[in-house]
Write a protein that binds this ligand. Structure first.
Ligand code: RB5
Length: 142
């Protein structure tokens, strides 16, 4: 799978762990940064990933910031993006099953690394259920 990943300074450490995991699993990863712990503005990185998802340059995206909310709010401004915030592997599964989320959002300051990798693994391994969930997704746009 081709996956774009982006983060602010709060997410750099976990982003690096995710990239290592994904590449070991054979995925192609586009790292949109940031790559340091220096303070940056989360929308800059959320836009880079959301544009790639919108233009089908990648299959899926992953975003991290401190709470996850800044990047999620930014990403969900894009009509074709459904960015789902997850903090357990169960939620990571449901954002795909029910919401067909095309971006997984991780609250880096409120999760542990093992949990993050579990969420990524679960999100990628889970399929959208369609049916009544597709009907609900069709009602999201405004
Ligand atoms: C950065 O301090 C923090 O505001 C950011 O990572 C994120 O939590 C914003 O929603």
């Amino acid at each position: 799978m081709k996956i774009a990943i982006g983060n602010d300074h709060a997410g750099t450490e976990y982003k690096n762990a995710i990239v290592t995991y994904l590449e070991a699993e054979g995925h192609e990863v586009i790292n949109c940064g940031t790559n340091s712990d220096d303070s940056v503005d989360y929308p800059d990185f959320a836009h880079l990933v959301s544009e790639k998802v919108t233009n089908a340059k990648v299959d899926l995206g992953i975003l991290l910031c401190g709470t996850g909310n800044g990047v999620a709010i930014t990403a969900n401004k894009y009509a074709k993006v459904r960015a789902g915030l997850a903090w357990t592997k169960e939620i990571a599964a449901i954002i795909k099953q029910h919401n067909n989320a095309n971006i997984l959002v991780i609250p880096a300051r409120f999760t542990a690394e093992a949990q993050v990798l579990e969420m990524v693994e679960t999100y990628l391994a889970t399929d959208f259920e369609g049916g009544r969930h597709q009907r609900r997704i069709d009602k999201i746009s405004c």
